[in-house]
Design a protein around this ligand. Structure first.
Ligand code: SF4
Length: 439
């Protein structure tokens, strides 16, 4: 009987894409995926170190595997991902979680099958973590979560060194995948029935680092959108300092490049933006948002905001609220500052909770008011939606996304991956309700 595996993934889309590759390698080795942890012979936890609560969730999940290892000692417990790039976490695992069998890092996931085979032959614990690598492995098997939509990584690592962020240390220097390899992957996906592509990179706008033949991200995006069968192209994430007019033009011109842009601002205060090492001002950011809204009709703009960065004053925070109102975001991810060991901001004095919490609540309330009011523009409209599956909140309904990335729960008879028209009957703050139109 085939052995079974489970992968538990924390963190961003890059991690999800890495987990799809680990899943592809395990499937190629003959393993079957299972949701039932107790039945599994191999369990992989793919970690994230971007925020403190991701560390806590990881250690909680890892602790639960101790019992499994006691009742089933032959099960292989593996840990990989961003946390494993940091010596401090590897040491903690080796000291306190001795049941972990294999540790590997973000730069050598393709070594995993060999590590697993070596471990099974010797039953000796293995650790393999590289500081960085210039190579980008191609032709890695990928077992994707969906057939109709896929992540495609275009660049790895980051050179920006925002003062609060651990990514440049865990993912290494920025390097770009060759355009011909990216386009080949997208063509294969399209031939296999995939209609929606999400291009991934820590900063897609600085794509082409390390390539011999220069090509801008806007050009690459245009070439991806030209591939027959691709109905939607999305991308993530855009650094505001590198977003070009050329990119805005290509989004405006191409119908199948989605009119949604995630543009993390982090703070509305110039002083805090300097301390964060973000390399743009609030004025630049606001004029960029205005330019995007002028040139791309119906565009949805989302953002990330950190509250309580060290030294943030009431005036700095008021600047953030003011920017949020001026930019009128369609959605936002809000975070309380979380010091990451090894970053510059971690050396700064943290603000007390009693200062941060009311600011955080004020930000959430302001965003909620804006997002609720902006959602109303969808009421009574007809939206093109690609169905992703059953709604999580009501399994009698289907769920999918508009081109502007708005979640829609809708009634009607269709299959996962179908592109359907939905009449929006009600606009809730964070999703839309609707009914599918039949021709
Ligand atoms: S751009 Fe800044 S926040 Fe984004 S991954 Fe790079 S260092 Fe981190």
């Amino acid at each position: 009987m085939a052995e079974k595996y489970k992968i538990i993934t924390f963190g961003c889309q890059m991690n999800e894409n890495d987990s799809e590759k680990i899943s592809g390698m395990l499937a190629e080795m003959g393993y079957l995926e299972s949701e039932d942890t107790d039945q599994c012979d191999v369990i992989v936890i793919n970690t994230c170190s971007v925020r403190g609560n991701a560390d806590d969730k990881f250690f909680g999940a890892l602790g639960q595997l101790k019992q499994l290892k006691q009742t089933k000692p032959e099960a292989v417990i593996c840990v990989c991902g961003c946390m494993m790039q940091q010596e401090v976490f590897r040491r903690e695992i080796k000291e306190k979680y001795r049941f972990v069998d294999i540790i590997f890092g973000t730069h050598n996931i393709t070594e995993f099958p060999e590590l697993l085979n070596r471990y099974k032959a010797s039953r000796k614990k293995l650790e393999s973590v590289l500081e960085d690598t210039p190579d980008i492995p191609e032709n890695v098997p990928v077992k994707r979560a969906f057939k109709h939509k896929a992540y495609v990584s275009i660049a790895f690592g980051c050179d920006n060194f925002c003062s609060y962020c651990i990514v440049p240390y865990t993912r290494g220097r920025e390097k770009s995948r060759r355009p011909e390899d990216i386009l080949k992957e997208v063509r294969c996906l399209a031939e296999d029935g995939c209609k929606e592509i999400m291009l991934l990179g820590q900063n897609v706008n600085s794509y082409d680092k390390g390539l011999d033949d220069k090509i801008s991200f806007a050009e690459l995006l245009g070439k991806v959108s030209d591939i027959a069968g691709i109905e939607r192209v999305r991308f993530m994430t855009s650094h505001p300092k590198d977003l070009s007019d050329e990119l805005i033009d290509v989004i405006a011109e191409r119908d199948n490049i989605c009119n949604s842009i995630h543009l993390p601002v982090q703070s509305g205060s110039d002083r805090i933006l300097r301390l964060m090492n973000r390399h743009y001002t609030r004025e630049h950011y606001i004029s960029l948002v205005n330019k995007i809204r002028d040139r791309i009709p119906g565009v949805a703009i989302s953002t990330d905001i950190i509250v309580g960065f060290p030294t943030e004053t009431d005036e700095d925070f008021a600047d953030t609220l003011d920017l949020v109102r001026k930019c009128a975001y369609d959605s936002a991810f809000t975070f309380i500052f979380s010091p990451r060991t090894g970053t510059k901001a971690a050396l700064m004095e943290e603000l007390p909770d009693e200062v941060i919490k009311p600011r955080f609540q004020a930000l959430v309330d302001t965003l909620q008011e804006i997002i609720v009011s902006k959602s109303q523009i969808y009421a009574d409209t007809i939206q093109e939606v690609i169905a992703d599956g059953r709604s999580r909140s009501n399994d009698m309904m289907m769920s999918g996304r508009t081109k502007s990335n708005k979640l829609v729960n809708f009634s009607g008879d269709c299959s996962i991956g179908d592109t359907v028209n939905v009449r929006i009957t009600e606009a809730k703050p964070y999703y839309l309700l609707g009914e599918m139109l039949h021709d």
